[in-house]
Structures are given as C-alpha cells and as structure tokens.
Design a binder for this molecule. Structure first.
Ligand code: FES
Length: 152
C-alpha cells in the first residue's frame, strides 16, 4: 500500500505517494527521473548513489525514502547548473577527476560534504573521507587534487 511522502528535492517540495519499502535511490531515479544519482552496488559499498539529506551525505541505496519525510534532499542535479557549475564540479573538470564518469555524481556529492565538514585539510584526510566512493577507473589522485583545489 502506498504512503504519502512530502520531501524537498533540490528546492522543490514534492508531494508523493510511494511504497514504504522503496529506497531513496529508486525514488529519485525511477519516480522522479533524476538519473544523475547512480546505482552501482545497491548495497552501500560503492558510493555511486551518494546524495545529501539535510546537508549530510548518505548512500541513497541504503536510505528508505520514507525516512526523508520533511527533509531537504540534494542530488547532483541540484548542486549547480549547466550555466553555473558548483565549484566542485568545475574542479573535477579542471583536474580530470573522472574517466568513464559513472561514479562522478557520487564522488562530487561526497567531495562537497568532505570540504563542508572540514575533512579536506590534507590528501590523507581526503582519501580517508572519500574511501566509500569507489572509482573503477582509478581517478583517485585527480579527485584528491580537485578537492584540495576547492579547499585551498
Ligand atoms: Fe549505493 Fe553502491 S549503489 S553504495
């Protein structure tokens, strides 16, 4: 049976009707067609699905959508726009912080949280904070460079 859910997604209050067991990831991708958030493992092990809920980063594949009632959810689509990239998006481009790009939305959402939470003081700290975001192409060094650039 569907349940009502009111949640702010990227600045728009959404009044939804959802199955209680649906994850935030599936809500975003399948119901709202916000496909910037990626499904990698669907088990909390890759970070491709990272979004912010009330400013905190979460793995949206492990978050039941119902738990975001009344919250503010930000996805990669809400971070910047094509005309006005978020500084972290611009830094990833400048430093080639990706190859195939599949993990990039999650990497950027984590990177923004990393700087905001004060864990971007040196490359070791950044690597530790970002360790839940897997990049199969191995763009890690450039990702750290991009985060250091935004931080300093
Ligand atoms: Fe959520 Fe991999 S899809 S952590």
């Amino acid at each position: 049976e569907k349940m009502p859910l009111q949640v702010d997604i990227n600045g728009t209050m959404q009044k939804l009707s959802i199955e209680p067991r649906v994850t935030l990831l599936d809500l975003l991708r399948e119901q709202l067609h916000l496909t910037g958030t990626k499904k990698g493992c669907d088990h909390g092990q890759c970070g491709a699905c990272t979004v912010h809920v009330d400013g905190q980063r979460v793995n949206s594949c492990l978050t039941l959508a119902m738990t975001t009632e009344g919250c503010k959810v930000t996805t990669i689509e809400g971070l910047g726009s094509v005309d006005q990239l978020h500084p972290m998006q611009a830094a990833f481009i400048k430093h080639d912080g990706f190859q195939c790009g599949y993990c990039t939305p999650g990497q950027i959402m984590s990177a923004v949280a990393c700087v905001r939470e004060g864990h971007a003081n040196n490359p070791d700290e950044i690597r530790e904070y970002m360790s839940g975001n897997i990049c199969r192409c191995g763009a890690y060094a450039n990702i750290v460079d991009a985060i250091m650039d935004v931080k300093h």
